[in-house]
Design a protein around this ligand. Structure first.
Ligand code: HEM
Length: 427
């Protein structure tokens, strides 16, 4: 049993067998200095065992879960590990009432409003549409003469266009939504600017729902409006679901896409070329490459998936978790657990099986997982097919990875390619 128990810590200071308080690291950890790396503190804890104590900014202790099996348990067992008020004390408070922080029947009721539209079978027919959006964006890049910022030209507009179109959000409003969404995802979540952004985006979605309820169309906002009324779900949780779709569906996928392309361009395949070149030559490996990049690359800067609170005493990976303890599943560290992934530090684009937890698991498993997978597959396929010579236009060390939100990505990803270079030289 892990004997660094938050509940026993008080006793341990006077007594004998438990590590001294100052050995409990403060959380959140400093992000790694390497763009693809995990935090040094989290990595050190993962070597100690699957579940380790950390101290939250308010002084309260929590459990940091780095083991793959233990993380699975936290996600699956919603009777023992509940979202509920965990966010109130977590380092990054989430908006109360958001589907992400609901539990039990209330959670299922809200999620059910749209869940049938996000199953793999429901999402697959969208592929031609997503391909058209990706092709248009990649054509735009190819037609451009000089270096292009891939974040602005592809990573951000692709997921926004896809989810914006599915929700039929007017184009003129999308920039505003992004601005508010970033406020919501900022690490200082509770600040005045974030509050203002929250009020604005919830108000916007509530108004859009009211409009669509009066005159429904064939879009997700109309669906939420109509079904929420039928199911007796209030306007606020319905509006918050629409907010969650935009916010959770956008920066996450954009961050993943930008970070994936950076990695493919900078990491080498054993055959000597870049991983990007490998995917150009082997497009059949795009789906497994997406899974491997999801496993390997931390989507959240701070290694913090949404925390849970234990509803009852439970043994988690050999650690006695007491009722009321906060538990933080660290998906990125779970993705490097050698007990689940042979040679976990190796980025193997053909790795199978690959049971990563990048989308969580269980009742809160990412609603948009099938859509995100499809967008990432389509974007990488379009890019590697159309621009086989893509390369970074600046040395990797010059990229700015300072987080704007809790999602990891470079602020800009300047790239160039042979055709463009020739055009530039010919001018
Ligand atoms: C690479 C992209 C993405 C990643 C890495 C990601 C990751 C996650 C994770 C880890 C969770 C589970 C959180 C938990 O259990 O506490 C989650 C939940 C969620 N995601 Fe995603 N996501 C991505 C893309 C998307 C997209 C495209 C959408 C929507 C279109 C979306 C909508 C949601 C929603 C609504 C939830 C809450 C589900 C619930 O609480 O029942 N996500 N996501």
């Amino acid at each position: 049993m892990n004997d660094w128990h938050p509940q026993r810590r008080g006793q341990s200071c006077e007594g004998s067998d438990v590590a001294p308080q100052d050995r409990i690291p403060g959380f959140p950890f400093r992000p790694s200095t390497h763009p693809l790396g995990l935090s040094a503190e989290g990595t050190a804890l993962s070597r100690h065992g699957p579940v380790s104590p950390v101290r939250l900014p308010g002084g309260q202790d929590a459990w940091f879960v780095t083991g793959h099996r233990a993380c699975q348990e936290v996600f699956r067992d919603e009777a023992a590990f509940r979202r509920g008020d965990a966010d109130a004390i977590a380092p990054f408070p989430a908006l109360q009432g958001l589907v992400l922080v609901l539990d039990g029947p209330e959670h299922r009721g809200v999620r059910r409003l749209v869940s049938d539209r996000f199953t793999p079978a429901a999402v697959e027919p969208l592929r031609p549409r997503v391909r058209r959006v990706a092709d248009r964006l990649v054509d735009g890049i190819a037609a451009h003469g000089g270096p292009v910022d891939l974040v602005a030209a592809l990573a951000l507009p692709l997921p926004l266009t896809v989810i914006g179109d599915l929700m039929d959000v007017p184009e003129k409003d999308r920039d505003r939504l992004r601005y508010w969404g970033d406020g919501l995802l900022s690490p200082g979540g509770g600040g005045a600017a974030a509050q203002a952004a929250t009020t604005a985006i919830v108000g916007y979605m509530a108004a859009l729902l009211a409009e669509r309820r009066a005159d429904p169309g064939d879009d997700l906002v109309s669906l939420i409006a109509v079904r929420a009324r039928e199911a007796g779900i209030d306007d606020l949780p319905a509006a918050l679901l629409a907010v969650a779709l935009i916010v959770a569906g956008w920066e996450t996928t954009a961050g993943a896409l930008a970070t994936f392309v950076y990695t493919l361009l900078t990491e080498r395949h054993p055959d000597g070329g870049t991983l990007y070149r490998f995917l150009h030559e082997h497009p059949e490996h795009v789906p497994s490459a997406v899974e491997e990049l999801l496993r390997f690359l931390p989507n959240s800067v701070y290694a913090a998936a949404q925390p849970r609170r234990a509803a009852c005493p439970v043994d988690l990976g050999g650690t006695a978790v007491a009722a009321g303890d906060v538990v933080i599943p660290a998906l990125d560290h779970a993705g490097r657990d050698p007990a689940e992934f042979p040679d976990p530090e190796r980025l193997d684009l053909t790795r199978t099986p690959n049971r990563h937890l990048a989308f969580g698991l269980g009742p809160h498993v990412c609603l948009g997982a099938a859509l995100a997978r499809q967008e990432l597959q389509v974007a990488l396929a379009a890019l590697t097919r159309r621009l086989p010579d893509l390369e970074l236009a600046v040395p990797p060390g010059e990229l700015d990875w300072t987080p704007e939100t809790m999602i990891r990505r470079p602020r800009a990803l300047p790239v160039r390619w042979k055709g463009a270079m020739e055009r530039c030289e010919g001018r």
